[in-house]
Design a protein around this ligand. Structure first.
Ligand SMILES: Nc1ncnc2c1ncn2[C@@H]1O[C@H](COP(=O)(O)OP(=O)(O)OP(=O)(O)O)[C@@H](O)[C@H]1O
Length: 287
C-alpha cells in the first residue's frame, strides 16, 4: 500500500535521510528507533506530505489516507476540543449530528469526557495529545503515523492509550509507523523494527532490538550481550581491542572510536572523550 524508494532529504547541506527504502502493507506495524536528531520525524513528515523529498520516490496507492500524531500536538486553536476531533469528518462531508456523535464517542475513549467545549489552550499537554489521538482515529485512516505519542503522558495513561490504539489498529486493519524510545511498545506491538542512524534506515533482528535496549555490541558478526560495562585507562581481558572498526555495531550506547598513539582503536564514551587526556578502554562484563 506504500513504498519508499531511495528517499533522501537534505537540510542546509546536510543529508538527513539517505536512500531510505521501506514498504508497508495493510495492517502492518513498524517501529523506528534512533537517537535524537537521526531523522525520524523528518521521515514521518515526508510520508505525511508535510515536506518534500530531495530525491527518490514515495508511492502510495491513490486512496491511502494517512493520519499523523505529531510529537507536539498540532490542534486548531480556534476550535473547541470536539470541533478538533470532528474536523476530519467535516472534511469528508459527514453530517453535523453524525460527526458530533463520533467525536463524543472518541472523547470518552481518550478519557476527556466533559472537556469537549474547551479550547486547546485550556488543556494540559497530555490532554492535548489525547485530543490528537482521538482526531486521528475518528475517521478510517489506512496508515497511522505516530511520533512518540505517549511521551508526555503518565505511565498508567500511556499504557491504556497504547492498548486502545493498537487494538483499534488491529481491529480496523490500520497500518502504522511509529517512532518510539520505548521497549514495551516495540516488543509488544511491532511486526518489524528499524534503526535510523545518521540518516540510514536498517531493519533490526529481534536480537538486535534486545541489544539496542540492553546496550550491546556486535563484533565480527558475533553479538556480545553486555549487562555491565565500565571505562578504564588500562587494557584488560575483557576490554575490547578494536581494529575492525567497520565490523562493529553499537546499539543504545553513545560511543565513538578513537585511535590511540600506538595505532590501536578503542571505544570511548562520547561525552567523556574530551575530558580525558589518557586513552580510555571499554571494559565489558559479558552476560
Ligand atoms: N526544517 C528544518 N530545517 C533545517 N534542519 C532541520 C529541519 N527539520 C529537521 N532538521 C534537522 O534534521 C535533523 C533530523 O531532525 P528530526 O527532527 O527528523 O530528528 P529526530 O530523529 O526526529 O529527533 P528527535 O528524536 O529529537 O525528535 C536534525 O539535525 C534537525 O536539526
Amino acid at each position: 500500500m506504500m513504498e519508499l524508494r531511495n528517499v533522501s532529504k537534505i537540510f542546509e547541506g546536510k543529508m538527513v535521510l539517505e536512500n531510505v527504502n521501506l514498504s508497508l502493507k495493510q495492517g502492518e506495524v513498524m517501529t523506528i528507533l534512533g537517537k535524537s536528531g537521526s531523522g525520524k520525524s523528518t521521515l514521518l513528515q515526508l510520508i505525511a506530505d508535510m515536506a518534500s523529498v530531495d530525491s527518490g520516490e514515495i508511492h502510495k496507492s491513490k486512496e491511502t489516507m494517512c493520519a499523523y500524531i505529531t510529537q507536539k500536538p498540532l490542534l486548531f486553536s480556534h476550535m473547541t476540543v470536539l470541533q478538533n476531533i470532528a474536523f476530519p469528518l467535516k472534511c469528508q462531508g459527514v453530517g453535523k449530528k453524525a460527526r458530533h456523535e463520533a467525536a463524543l464517542k472518541w472523547l470518552e475513549k481518550v478519557e476527556l469526557f466533559g472537556l469537549g467545549n474547551r479550547f486547546p489552550y485550556e488543556l494540559s499537554g497530555g490532554q492535548q495529545q489525547r485530543v490528537s489521538i482521538a482526531r486521528a482515529f475518528v475517521y478510517q485512516p489506512d496508515v497511522l503515523l505516530m511520533d512518540e505519542p505517549f511521551a508526555n503522558l503518565d505511565v498508567k495513561l500511556s499504557r491504556q492509550l497504547q492498548h486502545l490504539i493498537f487494538n483499534e489498529m488491529k481491529q480496523r486493519n490500520i497500518a502504522g509507523i511509529f517512532v518510539t524510545h520505548n521497549y514495551e511498545e516495540t516488543k509488544m506491538y511491532a511486526d518489524h523494527t528499524f534503526l535510523l542512524q545518521e540518516g540510514v534506515l536498517t531493519k533490526m533482528s529481534d536480537e538486535e532490538v534486545e541489544l539496542y535496549f540492553n546496550e550491546g555490541i556486535e563484533i565480527e558478526g558475533q553479538i556480545v550481550g553486555v549487562s555491565e560495562w565500565t571505562l578504564s585507562n588500562k587494557p584488560s581481558d575483557t576490554s575490547i581491542p578494536v581494529r575492525l572498526e567497520k565490523e562493529i555495531k553499537l546499539y543504545g550506547v553513545d560511543f565513538t572510536v578513537v585511535t590511540l598513539p600506538n595505532g590501536q582503536m578503542q571505544f570511548v564514551k562520547r561525552q567523556e572523550e574530551t575530558n580525558s587526556a589518557e586513552p580510555l578502554y571499554l571494559v565489558l562484563k559479558e552476560e
